[in-house]
Design a binder for this molecule. Sequence first.
Ligand SMILES: Cc1cc2nc3c(=O)[nH]c(=O)nc-3n(C[C@H](O)[C@H](O)[C@H](O)COP(=O)(O)O)c2cc1C
Length: 187
Amino acid sequence: MSDNDLKILGICGSLRKKSFNMAGLRAAGELMPAGMKLEITSIADLPMYNQDVYDAGMPEPVGRFRTEVAQADGVLIASPEYNFAVTPALKNAIDWGSRPPDQVWQDKPIAIFSCTAGPVGGARVQYDLRKILSQIWGLVLPRPEVFIGNSASKFDAELHLTDETTKKFLTDLLVGFKAWIERVRRK
Ligand SMILES: Cc1cc2nc3c(=O)[nH]c(=O)nc-3n(C[C@H](O)[C@H](O)[C@H](O)COP(=O)(O)O)c2cc1C
């Protein structure tokens, strides 16, 4: 690792301790191509968005989160799907980041993947996320799309990613993400 590595901020849309998505993010950290470094943040301490709270001044966890996103070269989001949509924790974090001044998603390279218990792998949440993030000028990597369904069969009991095909999909996503960040910077 070097100081010149692209700083990637990992955000998990699930708050539970044994989250497959958090496990997927940790696996992504190990699969990153050379020249990228992943740091995973927490969105568990962000208060529920309330305009009155915003008007009184950004709470400390919100300021911390916004700074982390603003300083990242790219953001890697892993999230489950809740009732065909984005989890409340993730939407809340996106909303806090979207408020002026200097909304933090503007021109930010973003990559997405999702892990779910069932077979579909979060296809619907990804399109929900793309809609939300593009509206606030986030630059979401179009492809490859990575949907990790039947997660219990892809991770072991200690939540290590064991499925080789899934490792290959994640690696392809990260290689594509690195190229996406470099492409965005050239524009
Ligand atoms: C409120 C709620 C709604 C859910 N809705 C969906 C859904 O629409 N589609 C889906 O594939 N899984 C759904 N699930 C199951 C999640 O895929 C599963 O709980 C997954 O493991 C959560 O991710 P995590 O392991 O990172 O916490 C839902 C789970 C919860 C708690």
